[in-house]
Design a protein around this ligand. Sequence first.
Ligand SMILES: C[S@@+](CC[C@H](N)C(=O)[O-])C[C@H]1O[C@@H](n2cnc3c(N)ncnc32)[C@H](O)[C@@H]1O
Length: 257
Amino acid sequence: MASLQLCLPFSSTSRSQFRFSYGRVRCSSERQELFSRIAPVYDNLNDLLSFGQHRIWKRMAVSWSGAKTGDNVLDVCCGSGDLSFLLSEQVGSQGKVIGLDFSKNQLSMASSRQDLVSKACYEKIEWVEGDALDLPFSDCFFDAITMGYGLRNVVDKRKALEESFRVLKPGSRISVLDFNKSTQPFTTAIQEWMIDNVVVPVASGYGLAEEYQYLKSSIREFLTGKDLEKLALEIGFSRAKHYELSGGLMGNLVATR
Ligand SMILES: C[S@@+](CC[C@H](N)C(=O)[O-])C[C@H]1O[C@@H](n2cnc3c(N)ncnc32)[C@H](O)[C@@H]1O
């Protein structure tokens, strides 16, 4: 590949110009703005809001991706890079990790974290500004893909999975970690209670209440585990299995091309 540094136009809409509609964030550029704004505190908030549990879920997601030493792997919607760093430890210095995101701010957080830790394998991570709906890679290029808390946030979930399918090698897997849209009313009630009573109040301490209110509608509009499995099979994946984590609060789709 000649150059991986595919740059997309980056909106310069200021915070004052930006408006939410009752916690709903509709188009791609609004989502790009949202993730750029939360980038500086995103890692701290993840630890606080999940009581550190997100680190365990992310390890599981990487393990389910099947990435192994020497592999060439992709982390779609990498944000500040948690999954990319874990993937890098899995594939080692002989392997290669690409972390892709459309938020410049998130990628710059990822890059600063990479500079802070001197691990040989981290030197093989490359950050690419790009769109999950139009991946700048050739067909059948990667040995494994992860997507952590990204699929729920893209405007076209089918297109995102189709793109990942296209760039995966036959027989390779994608592991998609996200909030679970539960079919159990009790689980949904707990999830929504936690968002209203823990997540939004904590986020508001950082001046980000509106941004985190979006979480509830994004889960409501997401796909259930069964729907995710069905979608992956329709796209052409040969196998698809969704696992519920932490009592159904989180979920992880594992699909094999
Ligand atoms: C909730 S964060 C998750 C970050 C990271 N994967 C993690 O698990 O901590 C979602 C990320 O998806 C990115 N994103 C959303 N839609 C995207 C798209 N169409 N293309 C690329 N990145 C996108 C956002 O910029 C954001 O960094």
